[in-house]
Design a protein around this ligand. Structure first.
Ligand code: 5GP
Length: 261
């Protein structure tokens, strides 16, 4: 009897891990960040080891998501035992046994450096950003490492958000603001699908467009209309700040920010 209690106790975490890795999600968010808005914050930014990224939207991640939030405790049947319910709107960290291998994605690295650069001052190594995104989100995608990164790159290259906005007269500016609705409309028209938008605040507290969330079907191949609205902290009018900083300024910023952080 005692042995079986110990066996159950040992097997429960394993069962929970298997359940987590087998979790079904409903769609992906392809999240792209505007580098001008990542950098123009109190926190600032640093250029990665591969050099200053282009002044265009860069990939943040490809995130499996649920169409409806769930109770995570409910999934493993512990609610009846009085465990607190926690809302869970996406799966994450589905398999810690498969860290990202550079070998698996070696033919994609050049493209990833261009399209998925880190701007964080933590290490300046984009590989660390990709590894983090793989571990947190990619392991829940039902895709292998190569397919996961190739899918994100293919989706990004299908629609150039920077060009779509520019065609609608929405160009980076220190002074101008744009109606959020005109940004949404331009993206819907240019890609054929409605996306969600997220904003952040610049150093003086002004609202700027930070990230675009495009919705993608479960296969990771095709865009869909976003099934859920998002509370993206935007206002009616938002800025799109230029992505500035010449190489020298950025290097100076980089060392200062790393020393501080
Ligand atoms: P997530 O939003 O995917 O849960 O977490 C993003 C993580 O990646 C954070 O820990 C953040 O510090 C790190 N990171 C590294 N580079 C970047 C970057 O360029 N953009 C963003 N948004 N996060 C980055």
């Amino acid at each position: 009897m005692r042995l079986s209690v110990v066996a159950v106790a040992l097997l429960l975490p394993l069962a929970a891990a298997v359940l987590a890795s087998a979790e079904q999600f409903d769609f992906f968010y392809l999240v792209q960040q505007w580098p001008g808005s990542f950098c123009d914050t109190q926190q600032g930014c640093c250029f990665p080891d591969s050099g200053k990224p282009a002044a265009e939207f860069g990939i943040h991640g490809l995130w499996p998501n649920y169409a409806q939030c769930r109770s995570s405790a409910g999934e493993v049947g512990l609610v009846d035992m009085g465990v607190m319910r926690r809302k869970k709107c996406w799966p994450e960290y589905c398999d810690d046994g498969k860290p990202l291998s550079l070998w698996e994605i070696k033919d994609l690295v050049k493209q990833l450096d261009q399209s998925w650069p880190t701007l964080s001052c933590k290490s300046g190594k984009s590989m660390e950003f990709w590894s983090y995104e793989w571990r947190k989100h990619g392991t829940c995608s039902d895709l292998g490492q190569h397919d996961y990164f190739a899918a994100a790159l293919a989706l990004k290259s299908r629609h150039n958000l920077t060009a779509i906005l520019a065609d609608a007269g929405i160009v980076p500016s220190d002074d101008d603001t744009y109606f959020l609705s005109s940004i949404s409309d331009a993206i819907a028209e240019g890609t054929g699908f409605k996306a969600n938008l997220e904003c952040n605040r610049d150093k003086s507290g002004e609202t700027q467009l930070f990230q675009v969330y495009q919705c993608v079907d479960r296969s990771g191949n095709s865009l869909i209309d976003c099934p859920l609205p998002m509370q993206g902290k935007c206002r009616d009018r938002v800025k799109l700040p230029p992505f500035v900083g010449d190489r020298e300024l950025a290097v100076a910023d980089t060392s200062a920010a790393r020393a501080a952080g």
